[in-house]
Design a protein around this ligand. Structure first.
Ligand SMILES: Nc1nc2c(ncn2[C@@H]2O[C@H](COP(=O)(O)OP(=O)(O)OP(=O)(O)O)[C@@H](O)[C@H]2O)c(=O)[nH]1
Ligand SMILES: [Mg+2]
Length: 319
C-alpha cells in the first residue's frame, strides 16, 4: 500500500497497478478539491476515454442502490469488472458509503472486480458537479471500463450529474404520480432507459403505460432513440439482465449513430464552461475586498449608486 506521505503521482502509479487504497485516496483528493485534485486531474486526463458511464437516478428510496447491486452481480457474472460511484449531494460525510448503501453493496465488498465508492461535497461551490467528471476520469485512467454512477434524489444537481453519463437510467416505482414526478423533475429529458422498480408491487403496469404515454407525447424526432421501459424487482435481482441488455442496446445506438460522440463533446464544452465560471467566481471573491469595494458598498447602501452600476465599476478595471 502507498505510504501516507505519497504524492499524487505515486498514488496514481500505484492505482494503475491495481492498488485500491491508493485509488480511494486519490478520490479523496478529488473530493477535497484544490491543487492536489488538479494534479490528479492532470495525471488522469490523458489516459482517460476508454470507460463507458451509466448513470442511475430517481427519487430517494426508489431502489437505485439495490438495483445497482443487482446490476453489478449480473455484470460480474458476465466476467466484466465494474466501478460504482454513489453521488450524494446532501450528505456532509465523505470518503465512505452511507450505511444503507454499504449494507446493500456488501455482497460485492470482497470482490476484487468491483470498486465501490461514495462521494459527497464538503459544501464548496460547484463541488459535485465538478468533482464527478474528475472522479470518473480517474477510474477510467486506472483501467475501469464500466463506471456506474448512482445519484441520490431528484434535485437540480442530481439531474445535472446523472445527465452527464453516456447512458442514463431513470428509476421510478409503481404508484400514482411517480412517473409524473419524474417528468416534473426534468428526468424525462435525460432518460435513455426507464426502470419501473418494485414491480412486485401493485400498479407497475399502469406506471409503464403512463411512461409510454409520456414518451408518445414527447414528439421524438425521426431516428431518435425511444427509451425502453424495463420492469425490475431489484431486491430479488429480477430484471437486472434485461436492464443490462437495454443499456447495451442504448450504447450500441449511441455509438453507431454518433450520439455518443456528440454527447461527449457537449459534456466537455459544458464542463469547461463550468470550470471557467467557477474560476471567475473565485476571482470575484478575491477582488470584492479593499477600499474601492468598501466605497462601492457604502454608495449602494446610501442609495447614491445602484448595485448593477457599482458592479460594472468594480469590473471595469479587470482585464
Ligand atoms: N418490494 C421491493 N422493495 C425494494 C425493491 N428494490 C428495493 N427495495 C427496497 O426499497 C428500499 C430502498 O432501496 P434503496 O436501494 O436503498 O433505494 P435508493 O434509491 O438507493 O435510496 P436512496 O439512495 O436513499 O435514494 C430498501 O428497503 C430496498 O430493500 C423491489 O424491487 N421491491
Ligand atoms: Mg441509494
Amino acid at each position: 500500500m502507498a505510504r501516507t506521505s505519497a504524492t499524487p503521482q505515486e498514488l496514481f502509479s500505484a492505482a494503475r497497478d491495481g492498488d485500491r487504497p491508493a485509488l480511494a485516496r486519490l478520490l479523496s483528493l478529488i473530493e477535497r478539491g484544490g491543487e492536489p485534485a488538479r494534479e490528479v486531474g492532470r495525471l488522469a486526463h490523458p489516459l482517460s476515454g476508454g470507460a463507458y458511464t451509466v448513470g442511475l437516478t430517481g427519487a430517494p428510496g426508489a431502489g437505485k442502490s439495490t438495483l445497482t447491486s443487482a446490476l453489478v452481480t449480473h455484470v460480474r457474472a458476465l466476467g466484466e469488472e465494474v466501478a460504482v460511484l454513489a453521488i450524494d449531494p446532501s450528505s456532509p460525510f465523505t470518503g465512505g458509503a452511507i450505511l444503507g448503501d454499504r449494507v446493500r453493496m456488501q455482497d460485492h465488498a470482497t470482490d476484487p472486480g468491483v470498486f465501490i465508492r461514495s462521494m459527497a461535497t464538503r459544501g464548496h461551490l460547484g463541488g459535485l458537479a465538478l468533482a464527478t467528471p474528475e472522479a470518473v476520469r480517474l477510474l477510467d485512467a486506472v483501467g475501469h471500463r464500466w463506471v456506474l454512477i448512482e445519484t441520490v434524489g431528484v434535485g437540480q444537481v442530481e439531474v445535472e450529474v446523472a445527465g452527464k453519463a453516456d447512458t442514463t437510467v431513470v428509476v421510478v416505482n409503481p404508484g400514482w404520480g411517480d412517473s409524473v414526478q419524474a417528468n416534473k423533475a426534468g428526468l424525462m429529458e435525460i432518460a435513455d432507459v426507464f426502470v419501473v422498480n418494485k414491480a412486485d408491487r401493485a400498479g407497475a403496469d399502469q406506471t409503464r403505460t403512463d411512461l409510454e404515454q409520456m414518451l408518445d407525447l414527447s414528439d421524438l424526432p425521426d431516428g431518435a432513440w425511444r427509451p425502453p421501459i424495463v420492469a425490475t424487482v431489484a431486491s430479488e435481482g429480477k430484471g437486472a439482465g434485461e436492464l443490462w441488455d437495454a443499456i447495451l442496446a442504448h450504447r450500441e445506438f449511441a455509438t453507431t449513430s454518433g450520439e455518443l460522440r456528440r454527447r461527449r463533446e457537449f459534456r466537455a464544452r459544458e464542463e469547461l464552461r463550468e470550470i471557467v465560471a467557477h474560476r471567475l467566481g473565485e476571482r470575484a471573491r478575491a477582488i470584492c475586498t479593499g477600499d474601492r469595494w468598501d466605497a462601492l458598498v457604502a454608495a449602494v447602501g446610501a442609495q447614491t449608486q445602484d448595485p448593477w452600476s457599482a458592479a460594472d465599476e468594480m469590473l471595469a478595471g479587470l482585464a
